[in-house]
Design a protein around this ligand. Structure first.
Ligand code: AMP
Length: 287
């Protein structure tokens, strides 16, 4: 396996990308916070299949964590991450220090209003502005190309798509399916917070989503009813504490009065120290 170069500076990132583009190459970016797993690797592999140079950025972005969240304890292991990037086909890792990304406290921020306030936004009101601000910066450093994001963070994907469109960013945002453990738990860097006892309980998010989907497949078109089914599954798991169980229009994230067309079921819950999220798509017209 070839070693992947790691650069810390935006100017080094730009130089590598400029060289790839000069040779007529297409470039792909996979933004991450590191502590990679197979879900991240599936994004890297997808990009490597579609581009000549794939860059993985690894940066735990302080802006998207609120006071009291896990910024300080978020798992980090750059050496392991670099090996996983190489195995998945990345050509470069961009691992900036905080001072490189934020040489001064930014007084400019990017906010995708409305979309940033629903679902996750109700529980993490400053989170998405932190995400869009850092992704806008990464896109500015990266320049024209494709950027790969997981459907695992469905609201984030919708917000980034909208940001890129609203601000005419020269980046094609590509959404990629959620990678799961064999028992359905969505892979997440935060799964390391789960104790051996909590780990089986964490499948409750996936079970809740499946129960919601089953309710729609069996004929329910009432969002209250479907959300109650999902919430009941979560509530039946004593180790989980629910933040939300919601069904929304997949494109707008609005809650429809009657379920129709493409939907997204989304759940968020705490299991022990881990706050977990998951979601599932469903097209009522295809049932
Ligand atoms: P993170 O490091 O958690 O910020 O995630 C970096 C990127 O990987 C985001 O676009 C996530 O949506 C994506 N991602 C995280 N977990 C998964 C997964 N289980 N399957 C697919 N993509 C994922």
């Amino acid at each position: 396996m070839n070693a992947v170069p790691v650069v810390e500076r935006a100017c080094e990132l730009r130089a590598a990308l400029d060289a790839a583009r000069r040779d007529g190459g297409a470039v792909g970016l996979v933004p991450t916070m590191g502590y990679l797993h197979e879900g991240h690797q599936s994004l890297v592999a997808r990009s490597a299949g579609e581009n000549d140079l794939t860059v993985v950025s690894i940066f735990v972005n302080p802006l998207q964590f609120a006071e009291g969240e896990d910024y300080g304890t978020y798992p980090r292991d750059l050496d392991r991450d670099v090996k996983m990037c190489a195995a998945a086909g990345a050509g470069l890792v961009f691992a900036p220090l905080t001072e490189e990304m934020y040489p001064q406290t930014p007084i400019t921020s990017v906010a995708v209003n409305g979309l940033n306030a629903v679902l996750e936004g109700r529980f993490r009101p400053t989170h998405f502005d932190g995400v869009t601000t850092v992704v806008a910066k990464l896109f500015a450093m990266f320049g024209p190309g494709r950027a790969y994001f997981g459907e695992k963070d469905y609201q984030q994907l919708a917000i980034i798509r909208r940001m890129a469109a609203d601000l005419s960013m020269p980046v094609e945002v590509v959404g990629c399916p959620t990678f799961r453990e064999s028992d359905g738990l969505a892979m997440s860097s935060r799964n390391v917070y789960l104790t051996a006892e909590e780990r089986p309980a964490a499948t409750v998010l996936w079970r809740s989503l499946q129960a919601g989907r089953d309710a729609v497949v069996e004929g329910s078109r009432n969002p209250d009813e479907v959300e109650s089914v999902m919430a009941a599954v979560l509530a039946a798991e004593p180790m989980a504490s629910t933040d939300y169980a919601a069904v929304v229009d997949a494109a707008t994230l609005d809650r429809p009065d009657v379920l129709a067309g493409e939907l997204r079921l989304l759940v968020a819950a705490h299991v022990g120290k881990a706050r977990l999220i998951d979601n599932l798509g469903l097209d009522v017209d295809q049932l």
